[in-house]
Design a binder for this molecule. Sequence first.
Ligand code: GSH
Length: 216
Amino acid sequence: MTTQTQSEQPRLTLYQFAASGNSRIVRIVLEEKGLSFKRVNIDVTKGENRTPEFLRLNPRGKVPVLVHGTAQGEVVLSESSVINEYLEEVFPNPPLMPAAPARRAHVRSLVYMFDTELSPTTGLLIIEKLLKKPEEQRADFVAERQKATREILARLSDMMSQGPFLAGDFSLADASYIPVLAVMAPCGIILEREFPKLAQWFAEVKKRPSFTASAH
Ligand SMILES: N[C@@H](CCC(=O)N[C@@H](CS)C(=O)NCC(=O)O)C(=O)O
């Protein structure tokens, strides 16, 4: 539900790249919360994330970056999981975190596993399988990354609650995993065959309007 009417002055600006999974993680949460936001496209394939203007927003040169104009000044944030925690605190409805501390910690453990394990493991696998021509892909590298990815997905599947979502109700954890799990098939990992619980979860997240709205 992204509204970008001329008359509205969005207070939220997302510097992002349409094809970036990490940008989509934030787009999902903005859509789930029904928040209007302005998009500024930063084409990382053309080096637009390395301009002095962008580096002032994020010295690490990575998208996404969220800028929130507030009465106290601009809040500038990077790191998808940090941005999402901020959105949850500032715009708590509808909630994307459970109420009980133990369950909130579980959501954070899942997000941490994405940030520190799945994201770094799949990053180069996705580039190899989706962006390189078949004849340029390195079979050994692909096999090693697929194996490491499968180990993490097996653990994720074991950590999953009764469903329908990763930690019960739809949460920040689901937002983190959706973009990467959406491209597992072209990476050679078939959820339906190998991880039926995750395939069931994916079928549920695809039904949500935020899935389609956040795709680009
Ligand atoms: N952990 C960061 C990762 C951000 C990231 O790696 N973004 C990629 C796009 S998906 C990027 O900006 N890459 C450009 C570069 O590293 O030069 C997050 O979750 O936001």
